[in-house]
Ligand binder design. Sequence first.
Ligand code: NAP
Length: 490
Amino acid sequence: MQEYKLFIDGEWTGSSSGETFDDFNPATLELIARLHKASKDDVQRAVDSAEDAFEAWSRTPAPRRATILFRAARMLEERKEELARLMTGEMGKVLKEARGDVQEAIDITYYAAGEGRRLLGETTPSELPDKFCLTVRRPIGVVGLITPWNFPIAIPAWKIMPALISGNTLVFKPASDTPLLSIELVKILTEAGLPRGVLNLVMGEGSTVGGAIVKNKKIRAVSFTGSLETGKWILGEAARDMKRVSLELGGKNPIIVMDDADMGMAIDGVLWGAFGTTGQRCTAASRVIVQEKILPLFQKRLIERTKLLKIGNGLDENVDIGPVINNTQLQKIARYIEIGKEEGAKLVLGGRIIKPLPGHFIEPALFSDVTPDMRIAREEIFGPVVSLIRAGDLDEAIKIANSVEYGLSSSIYTKNITNAFKAVEKIEAGITYINAPTIGSEIHLPFGGVKSTGNGTREAGTTAIEEFTELKTVYFDYSGKLQKAQIDVE
Ligand code: NAP
């Protein structure tokens, strides 16, 4: 079993408190690594190191910063299979999904590197003669990054790469359940030539290590992906110092299936959208809103297909559904299954914790007769649990879709173009898929949600750079005299 230290000021360094924490394989419960737990002093050292590195890194021309990212992208590509296997052993997602997770990291690294030759501002005419106006992008400064466990390398890369190309220096805290891929990512970027202090890695408990990042006065922005509860706390805390905050939080994502839909395709979409990554995606489809005429047949066929899904260790290429991340999460899902039954929904399939498998396994669960007011239809369970909800028509389906506090992803299956456009217009969500499930974002398009899913920022795509830069507006006056703007000229 390996022991891993923190990465501060270009050195792998032991925690000042000497404390450690353990990392387990969720499929086998085997202890796989021991990690150093950062103290508040360690976080402060990481912030100081990032602050020292800022001047040189922010002055390095962006196309030169990009060469490091291009190199890192190639190294990620070379190590893709090894990293995917490491991920499945630590996080549990099945191998083909782990490969996809690494691929997202590769893609965003190339994409961000390409931005090194753009980082576009704008030019626009002045209202006065002999005057020239433009905007330039400036880095924010020392930025704190805090990530969840469900995309162990994609989400860190989604934040690290755009933040680096924009010229910021970083203090990064990955989830305690999945630090190994972050460690590998830091090693790769260091080997690719990232200068000392530009990226610092601190690990350990969210409330202490993450909290110390959020509260640190030298940190000018925090980029966080995780639960609504933590996001709210971070937003409140960061407001004290007027830090910039970007939040990517939970979801309760609906798939609407209209009676004109291709049913086979819709069922394929629900199986992938709801049970991919064992339902542990912020974009997982946890509500399936079906038009009443087709509901009985849809339900019957969905049950038949769900029964065929194979549960087990994600390293087995034949497995469809891996374990959930830890026992706390397993018990939370089991509790929601009980809540659903108590609320009067019918558990028509699954929902049992699987023994004697040693890991954290639970059968995918289907509830029928769910009404929109039930807790299982409103709260994020973050597991393989689907609520089937009846709708009379599209307006009712959209009303149900919009009845939750989240608004991340959404989907509609229909062959009717009017239905499709109405869904795009009326569903309250950051993402709407037509005839595709709620999961599967592409890195060159903005990603994020509305309502309690976030605070209006978007990751990835062109918006990734906005997240990590300040805009400066510049006016050059070459008239050789005082000219006054905003004055009515005769
Ligand atoms: P979480 O408990 O909020 O944790 C996320 C990260 O925040 C972890 O690194 C955690 O550290 C840290 N943290 C916890 N408390 C903190 C605090 N008080 N201050 C600062 N940091 C703190 O969320 P999770 O259970 O890991 O992730 C699942 C959630 O993430 C779900 O709600 C899911 O929908 C959401 N998610 C959203 C997106 C999106 O893009 N919208 C993508 C993926 C996941 P520890 O690991 O040490 O606890």
